[in-house]
Design a binder for this molecule. Structure first.
Ligand code: BG6
Length: 512
């Protein structure tokens, strides 16, 4: 990971960086939303920041019959809508000249032969030096078959240039399927060629967790069970399942958000300082945290987890339907759209410190944040204010949408009588750095072009994460929810989520 050539002046958002290697990016599933909404705008931003090699080309593959010209035209029409900055016509022209399309069925060997020929031709035309990376933006059922076919067509052997594969989530559906998928793809690829993407790691503020913790001397000494009472992680969305009912019915919130995005947040918050920023050194430390998240017993699943499903309610001023009325959702669906739980990390730093997490759809705010709540002051110095009436200090990492960090503490209210008030110290990204908005995929694509896998998931991390949630999935499947829907759209989930903390004399931090 490039944290070393990175020290930048205050308020300056760009460190120097060399362009990615010459290469071809091949997108499987090029007609999907991800390509036009995220991948193309991210590549454009890289080109704008001079981080894309001049010897770069892109191939889109999907089943539709299109020519490269038609594909370019389509993307050209959409970029205006999805780019995060104004599109410069000259730069776009340069970029579009290196876009190709190959139509083919992912299961058909002939499609891969044709792809091989196209890649060889692009190498000659654009000097891409045989370096290819394949981005699997497809339904998960294609991950294994595509990689197997790439292997058969000799398109992943690293004889002339490097070959890498980026795999979208979900990686497996449970522990067994993740292990099986790893096994299947490892027949063709070695681990160093595999980039399992988690788009949370592309977010600036998520990457900043490491910088915040390890580039500052003052936080680490108190970052442990001696000073921290508990940690809360909230990933709240106001949207419902939108058009993704088909996928969501099979996944549910637990699978969709917890073993991937939320576990990434936990591991970055809780890991030990790595001895270097080498990919495997950082990931070893993350993996240790995942291994220390002890899987729950059946009894613990019942007392430490909460699931919910939204019924009809409000989104702002608008009345919205319940989950069961959404498109492609069964009228009696038992799928959860909300999860809360209490986890422990069994190691010396975190023993007995609860990590509460919650995530769900149709909650009252869109907010992703990590709240570090410190222990209270130990001594009743102010005789009229009992210590337990003082608000404890909270450090909040606001990851989205208003990125920043705040610290709450007590201060004396001015006046002749000693009165104590709670105040906040706030840092907002936008006050210091005027970075252009990004899609969140720039850094991940760029790192893949440089061969830096730090921000991608290793096989052991994925498998361990599934292992931790497996008992929850099992118990939930064995004991279907008794009362769904159990929270109204626009509220903070079922009341059991509040009780989960209230039992421990704590409460969720809901303020923005
Ligand atoms: C995706 C999930 O991985 O992450 C979605 O499949 C979820 O259900 C999304 O809405 C949240 O991502 P973000 O970047 O909007 O927080």
């Amino acid at each position: 990971m490039q944290l070393a050539d990175d020290v930048v002046a205050k308020g300056n958002s760009h460190g120097a960086g060399r362009p990615g290697d010459p290469c071809v990016m091949v997108i499987f599933g090029a007609s999907g939303d991800l390509t036009k909404r995220k991948l193309i705008p991210a590549l454009y931003n890289l080109a704008k920041d001079n981080l894309l090699s001049k010897e770069f080309a892109l191939v889109g593959i999907a089943r539709n019959e299109l020519t490269s010209e038609q594909f370019r035209d389509e993307i050209g029409k959409e970029i205006g809508e999805f780019a995060t900055t104004t599109v410069d016509p000259d730069l776009w022209h340069w970029f579009s000249q290196r876009i190709y399309y190959h139509s083919g069925d992912f299961a058909d060997a002939a499609a891969y032969q044709g792809l091989g020929e196209l890649l060889a031709q692009i190498d000659k035309e654009h000097g891409t030096r045989g370096n290819y990376f394949y981005y699997l933006a497809t339904a998960p059922s294609f991950f294994g078959p595509i990689i197997t076919q790439l292997g058969k067509a000799d398109l992943v052997k690293e004889e002339h240039g490097w070959r890498r594969v980026i795999i979208e989530k979900p990686f497996g559906h449970d522990y067994e399927s993740a292990v099986a998928l790893n096994k299947e793809i490892r027949q063709v690829l070695n681990e160093k060629q595999i980039y399992r993407i988690d788009h949370y790691l592309g977010k600036e503020t998520v990457q900043n967790i490491l910088v915040f913790r390890f580039a500052n001397g003052i936080f680490e000494p108190i970052w442990n069970r001696r000073y921290i009472d508990h940690i809360q992680i909230t990933v709240a969305e106001t949207v419902g399942v939108e058009q993704r009912g088909g996928y969501y019915e099979k996944a549910g919130t637990l699978r969709d958000m917890v073993p991937n995005h939320i576990f990434q947040l936990i591991s970055l918050t809780a890991m030990e300082p790595p001895v270097s920023f080498d990919a495997d050194v950082v990931r070893d430390e993350q993996a240790k945290i995942l291994k220390a998240l002890s899987p729950m017993t059946d009894e613990e699943v019942l007392t430490r987890t909460v699931r919910g499903q939204y019924g009809e309610g409000m989104e702002g001023d608008n009345r919205v339907q319940g989950y069961r009325a959404e498109p492609y959702v069964a009228p009696e669906s038992r799928t959860e759209t909300f999860v809360a739980m209490k986890l422990f990390i069994d190691n010396w730093r975190w023993a007995d410190v609860p990590f509460y997490l919650r995530t769900g759809k149709r909650l009252p705010q869109r907010a992703t944040k990590i709240v570090i709540q410190f222990k209270r002051a130990p001594f009743v110095l102010f005789r009229k204010t009992a210590v337990d009436q003082l608000e404890p200090n909270r450090l909040i990492l606001h990851l989205q949408p208003d990125e920043g960090i705040s610290l709450s503490f007590s201060a004396k209210v001015p006046g002749p009588v000693v009165q104590i008030g709670d105040v906040d110290m706030n840092f907002n990204y936008t006050d210091y750095f005027n970075a252009t908005p990004q899609t969140g995929y720039e850094r991940l694509l760029y790192d893949c072009m440089l061969g830096d896998a730090t921000l991608f998931q290793r096989s052991d991390m994925v498998e361990t994460a599934w292992h931790v949630v497996a008992p929850i999935l099992d118990v939930w499947e064995a004991l279907p929810p008794r009362r769904f829907p159990n929270y109204a759209a626009g509220t903070w989930g079922p009341h059991e989520a509040d009780e989960l903390l209230a039992k421990d004399h704590r409460h969720w931090s809901n303020e923005q």
